[in-house]
Design a protein around this ligand. Structure first.
Ligand code: CDP
Length: 237
């Protein structure tokens, strides 16, 4: 019988870190939320603030056919042990674009032509899966802002180390994946109706294992959705 895989923090292969969320944390924004994954060696926490829909300026950026969703992902300098240089970089530009793609399918914003919705996401603490935490916070902030949405979205990262898949990668695991040859990190986003809006595959994985990863993410996203839903309900009370 195969030896049971042991995670460094004692989690089961399909167990998320502890999670938390809060809605309405930025008074000046139209909608806002924070979401965090809390592990034994640190936390990943994202804050999201939504502004809009508002008229797009400068005017030449306006899209007469639809509303523009403009996402901005940023890691605070103090979010990791080695201070991060402030300002945009290639990684944050790419992640911002990916988050836009992950969120857009659930937004019903076609009627807001020539307008823009700005979603600012800041990572306060980074212990891996920051893009997933940012998506989870941003989806709640959009709902809080009253933006019409078909569904909520929830995001989680599935890690693969040789044959073993694990749910919700933390930094210690992420470092192993960076070094391991058969390793990969697969962030996935699902709507609460079980539709995928985003997947990234960093590394190699065969079709069968990819399907397993997708199924693990789908189940994990149900738990994340419950945390988001609870936080959204609490702000309405
Ligand atoms: O954070 P996420 O897993 O979405 O993206 P990543 O690029 O795979 O980064 C994994 C982790 O590396 C981050 O969550 C941070 O903990 C760390 N990192 C860092 O320490 N310094 C950076 N400039 C970028 C990432």
């Amino acid at each position: 019988m195969a030896k049971e895989f042991k995670r460094h923090d004692g989690r089961k292969f399909n167990e998320l870190r502890k999670m938390g969320a809060k809605v309405g944390i930025v008074p000046n924004a139209d909608g806002s939320a924070e979401f965090w994954f809390e592990g034994v060696k640190g936390r990943t926490k994202a804050i999201a603030a939504v502004y809009g829909p508002k008229k797009m300026h400068p005017q030449h950026l306006q899209d007469p056919k639809k509303c523009t969703l403009r996402c901005n992902y940023n890691m605070m300098s103090f979010s990791v042990e080695d201070r991060i240089r402030p300002g945009p970089n290639r990684r944050s530009t790419e992640i911002s674009k990916i988050i836009q793609w992950a969120l857009e399918p659930v937004l019903m914003i076609d009627e807001y032509k020539n307008m823009v919705i700005d979603v600012h996401m800041n990572i306060v603490d980074a212990n891996a899966s920051t893009r997933c935490a940012a998506i989870n916070a941003a989806a709640m902030a959009l709902a809080h802002a009253g933006i019409p949405m078909r569904d909520m979205v929830s995001s989680v990262s599935i890690g693969k180390l040789d044959k073993q898949l694990v749910v919700d990668v933390d930094k210690t695991e992420d470092c192993v994946f960076d070094e391991g040859e058969g390793a990969s990190d697969i962030p996935i986003t699902f709507t609460n109706n079980g539709r995928m809006t985003h997947i990234q595959i960093d590394g190699n994985i065969d079709k069968k294992q990819l399907m397993e990863a997708v199924n693990l993410a789908r189940e994990a996203c149900k738990d994340i959705y419950e945390v988001q839903k609870k936080a959204l309900k609490e702000v309405g009370e």
